[in-house]
Design a protein around this ligand. Structure first.
Ligand code: ATP
Length: 317
């Protein structure tokens, strides 16, 4: 059987993608917000555009939602080439409205009834409330909902027209971990039902947990793309060891593990190739000096490491 990677449509493959973008550009004055972006999104997958603030994610998505006109570039949506996204395509898209979009003194079911009036045909509100886990809140006022519940209501509204492609810009921004995981579960369910999800986020964990394919964007360009696992594998068999070390000991440690250390104040990130041997050497080195290596953590490379290696910066600097 083919791996998901083999099935992945490239820009030149004959496999039908929901969305393909070639050399998309958008400039605001002297700012090249989107500077020649190309990618393809396969049906029934979660695709993430990951990047720091100002990378150009929102501009890219707003072009694809039909809210902004690109300066140039090709867009192929639902198999049709368009110069800009118009009403025919928008009818097949779902967009997550930002917080504050819903009247606080309306009931949850009234919000769905109100927004369903925008569409000639819409999914039954009860079905959508069940899907996002809000059935018991149908008669609750919007103002009484928690942040996570409001976000799930926004998801239900985005699904009213039964869209094939759902754009979610920072869908879990400001949510606590439990609420975030609830939204992630819903997104996985939607993917299992065949929906395609286009996620923009600067949460590396979110992109990593959900995505079938990630494009990392910086300064208007895609600087890397692949499955989260493929992107992490650029480090080969390396494992990362994190800990805290009083700054004066850093140069001695650098001598012991040349070229494999990044330090940020007292926080140290050590890239090791042979975990057993190198960790044991590190612990002996620390023990000889009476150092405790506070908050020691052993982990696999993640998307944050990829971004750091490519740009020298953190995603959320
Ligand atoms: P964030 O994660 O903060 O939302 P982003 O990756 O979505 O960031 P964009 O909002 O697309 O990035 O912004 C990309 C660049 O374009 C930034 O430098 C931003 O300041 C600039 N920009 C965005 N919208 C406008 C606008 N309407 N007029 C002028 N500059 C803009």
């Amino acid at each position: 059987m083919s791996s998901p990677r083999d099935l992945r449509p490239t820009l030149h493959s004959p496999v039908a993608s929901v969305l393909r973008v070639r050399d998309l550009r958008k400039t605001y004055g002297s700012v090249r917000a989107v500077d020649g972006v190309s990618f393809a999104v396969e049906r029934g997958t979660i695709f993430s555009l990951l990047g720091p603030n100002g990378a150009g994610k929102t501009t890219t998505v707003e072009i694809l939602e039909g809210l902004r006109i690109p300066d140039s570039g090709e867009i192929e949506l639902f198999g049709e080439k368009v110069t800009r996204v118009g009403p025919a395509q928008k009818a097949r898209l779902g967009v997550l409205l930002q917080e504050g979009a819903f009247e606080p003194y309306l009931q949850v079911r009234e919000v769905l009834a109100l927004f369903s009036a925008f569409f000639p045909k819409s999914r039954p509100p009860a079905e959508l409330l069940a899907l996002v886990g809000l059935t018991e809140k149908a008669k609750a006022l919007v103002r009484t909902l928690s942040g996570g519940q409001k976000q799930r209501l926004a998801l239900a509204v985005a699904l009213l027209n039964d869209p094939e492609l759902l754009f979610l810009d920072e869908p879990t921004s400001g949510l606590d971990p439990q609420a975030r995981h609830h939204v992630w579960d819903i997104l996985r369910d939607l993917r299992a039902q065949g929906k395609t999800i286009f996620l923009t986020t600067h949460y590396m964990e979110e992109a990593e947990a959900l995505s079938d394919w990630v494009c990392i964007m910086d300064h208007g360009r895609i600087i890397a793309e692949g499955t989260p696992r493929d992107l992490g594998s650029r480090f080969g068999p390396a494992t990362f060891v994190e800990f805290e070390l009083p700054s004066p000991f850093l140069s001695a440690l650098s001598g012991r593990f040349p070229g494999k250390i990044r330090a940020d104040g007292e926080h140290v990130l050590l890239e090791v190739q042979d975990l057993t041997q190198d960790l044991s050497a590190l612990l002996s080195w620390a023990a000889e000096r009476g150092l405790s290596l506070r908050n020691l953590l052993v982990r696999q490379p993640n998307l944050e490491d990829v971004f750091l290696a490519l740009t020298g910066r953190r995603l959320r600097d």
